[in-house]
Ligand binder design. Structure first.
Ligand SMILES: CC(C)(COP(=O)(O)OP(=O)(O)OC[C@H]1O[C@@H](n2cnc3c(N)ncnc32)[C@H](O)[C@@H]1OP(=O)(O)O)[C@@H](O)C(=O)NCCC(=O)NCCS
Length: 193
């Protein structure tokens, strides 16, 4: 008997493997967080494996609660084998069953500039609209700080249209951008092809 839930499937992206995070990812997470830019645009500290373990525990709890689906983004080898951890992409739902969700992401510094984040965001978006269609998900937002030009490019490349300026609020010192993508129903998708 196949008792896997739809959300237990993994998003797929060219040249990348996406899977839920595991305890064994802790050292690679700490290494990625040595980068100052990543620390600046993310909120949780990850200076050592203990902090990484706490972050991993939050990912496991969020997945079990249906509020956070984060995926380790790994380089895929030519034969499809898993390589280095190159990023993180996550779907955040305020509550299971909500109409809206938010996408978050980062790419490890050595892997930037190769379209890792747009491919991972595209894959997560397709996955989310597929597995949560029955559950009422109709829009995903992408928010970034106003001076994060690289993230704004990720939004554009992943089909998230700019929708509005979000006024600064703690802990964000600057106005930000909201970009959004909506689920196309089957008829709309057919017309847009
Ligand atoms: C924003 C971020 C996720 C982009 O990831 P990526 O996988 O490098 O995405 P791309 O390869 O599509 O590059 C996006 C933009 O980054 C910039 N960029 C290109 N090469 C780069 C490099 N080597 N290093 C840093 N930025 C680079 C360019 O502006 C590029 O846009 P372009 O394609 O128009 O030239 C990544 O820079 C990052 O992790 N930043 C820190 C965390 C963060 O900001 N997360 C998002 C919070 S909203």
């Amino acid at each position: 008997m196949n008792d896997r839930r739809p959300e237990d499937r993994h998003p797929t992206a060219e040249g990348l493997l996406l899977r839920p995070f595991e305890d064994a990812d802790a050292p690679a997470l700490v290494e990625a967080y040595r980068d100052e830019t990543l620390r600046r645009f993310t909120r949780r500290p990850m200076a050592d494996v203990e902090q990484a373990a706490r972050w991993l525990a939050l990912q496991y709890e969020g997945r079990a609660a249906g509020t956070r689906y984060s995926f380790a983004v790994l380089e895929a080898g030519e034969a499809g084998e898993a390589g280095e951890l190159v990023g993180n992409v996550a779907l955040k739902r305020g509550a299971p069953g909500g109409e809206t969700a938010e996408v978050g992401y980062w790419t490890a510094a050595p892997a930037r500039g190769r379209g890792v984040a747009p491919r991972a965001v595209e894959a997560l978006t397709a996955w989310a609209f597929d597995v949560f269609a029955h559950d009422g998900l109709i829009r995903i937002d992408l928010l970034h700080e106003g001076d994060n030009a690289a993230s704004c490019r990720v939004a554009e490349k992943s089909g998230y249209a700019f929708t509005e300026i979000v006024p600064a609020f703690p802990p964000y010192p600057l106005d930000g951008h909201r970009h959004s993508r909506k689920r196309l129903d089957a008829a709309e998708r057919h017309r847009s092809e």
